[in-house]
Write a protein that binds this ligand. Structure first.
Ligand code: KG4
Ligand code: ZN
Length: 345
């Protein structure tokens, strides 16, 4: 009998639900993004986010069920993100998951959001545990994390590198704000960078002899350059529209290349150091086209690159991850609480 797991994700600003069969086959996946709601503030406003999850969750669940033609009674377990993330946002998803699991009499599975990002790779054409197989070098790069994790088997992680200050996604969001672009910043930076001449070089923090990252110096360097070029805090009236677009393009590209260079170098270095069989990408920043291209180009080992829609937050990755936890016999008590600072590895 195939196992069908409902996955619920509300850790940040996406309300998402999905049904996944046997951890690999997505039957439905619905994502409602709050990006527009937060864009005026240039970042996620926690209070606004949690209230919007309350509004969106039931319609998103309804859509996820009707898209796969199933009724809630047919799901075998409910998997939900319980951390890390914003407290008020996590509570909405967890309480809904508890109510559904309790009323149906099916297991509740608490999922670590970061582990969920890794399992997005199980939803691709490739089956990571067979091809290339464990151990895997995993990069989870999101709005809150830039983690290098050694995965030696299902549920078995060792954190071997992380950011000492800003996360890569956070850096993209801050850089976009400096350049007067919208939120979320990552896709904006990628979009405006296209066609750049590559003339702007920004610094790279190599964090000597470690697999750690630092992005706050890069952000400051970008800020100073934007001030020097007279486009920050607002563009000088002497700069016409075309000049401004060219300046923003070159600065954005310089920033993007700096992040891409360091992240891909460290991931490839980690893969060699730990003699892994392959690389796995996850988290919103790994939706970045240049980053995907560069990691694939530099890695002598196979790289599993989920499509961008599976890199950013979604319910399918939570259901996939939940499936493998379920297989290990995990069942979580109804007392399960959120853990906004939940670590992995
Ligand atoms: O994984 P995610 O959707 O949510 C968190 O768990 O944080 O990641 C969101 C982050 C944001 O900071 C966003 O700017 C970044 O991922 N992001 C990107 C791209 N798409 C999303 N960064 C760079 N390039 C992209 N194409
Ligand atoms: Zn995420």
């Amino acid at each position: 009998m195939p196992l069908r797991i409902l996955g619920i994700e509300t850790s940040c600003d996406e309300t998402a639900a999905a049904v996944v069969e046997d951890g690999r086959r997505t039957l439905s996946s619905v994502i409602s993004s709050q990006a527009e709601l937060h864009s005026a503030h240039g970042g996620v406003v926690p209070e606004v986010a949690s209230r919007q999850h309350v509004r969106d969750l039931v319609p998103v669940l309804d859509q996820a069920m009707s898209a796969c033609g199933m009724s809630l009674e047919e799901v075998d377990a409910v998997a939900v993100t319980y951390g890390p993330g914003l407290a008020g946002s996590l509570i909405t998803g967890l309480n809904a998951a508890k109510a559904i699991a309790y009323s149906l009499g099916v297991p509740l599975i608490g999922v670590n959001h970061l582990e969920g990002h890794i399992y997005a790779s199980w939803l691709t054409q490739t089956n990571p545990e067979e091809d290339p197989g464990f151990p895997l070098a995993c990069l989870v790069a999101s709005g809150g994390h830039t983690d290098l994790l050694l995965m030696e088997g299902h549920g078995n992680y060792k954190l071997v590198g992380q950011t000492r200050d800003d996360a890569a996604g956070e850096a993209f969001d801050k850089a976009a704000r400096i350049l007067g672009l919208g939120f979320p910043g990552g896709p904006e930076i990628q979009r405006v960078s296209e066609g750049s001449t590559g003339e702007v070089k920004l610094p790279r923090a190599w964090m000597k002899d470690t697999l750690d990252f630092s992005f706050s110096g890069l952000k400051t360097a970008l800020l100073h350059l934007a001030q020097d070029r007279d486009i920050y805090p607002s563009p000088s009236p002497e700069i016409d529209e075309e000049q401004l677009a060219a300046l923003v393009r070159e600065l954005a590209a310089g920033f993007q290349e700096s992040v891409v260079d360091v992240v891909s170098a460290k991931l490839v270095e980690m893969a060699a150091k730990y003699r892994v069989k392959g690389l796995v990408l996850g988290g919103g920043v790994t939706a970045n086209a240049r980053l995907r291209e560069e990691i694939t180009r530099r890695s002598p080992l196979p790289v599993i690159v989920p499509p961008p829609v599976l890199c950013t937050d979604n319910g399918a990755m939570i259901a996939a991850c939940g499936y493998f936890q379920f297989q290990r016999g995990e069942e979580w008590p109804m007392e399960l609480d959120i853990n906004p600072g939940l670590p992995l590895g």
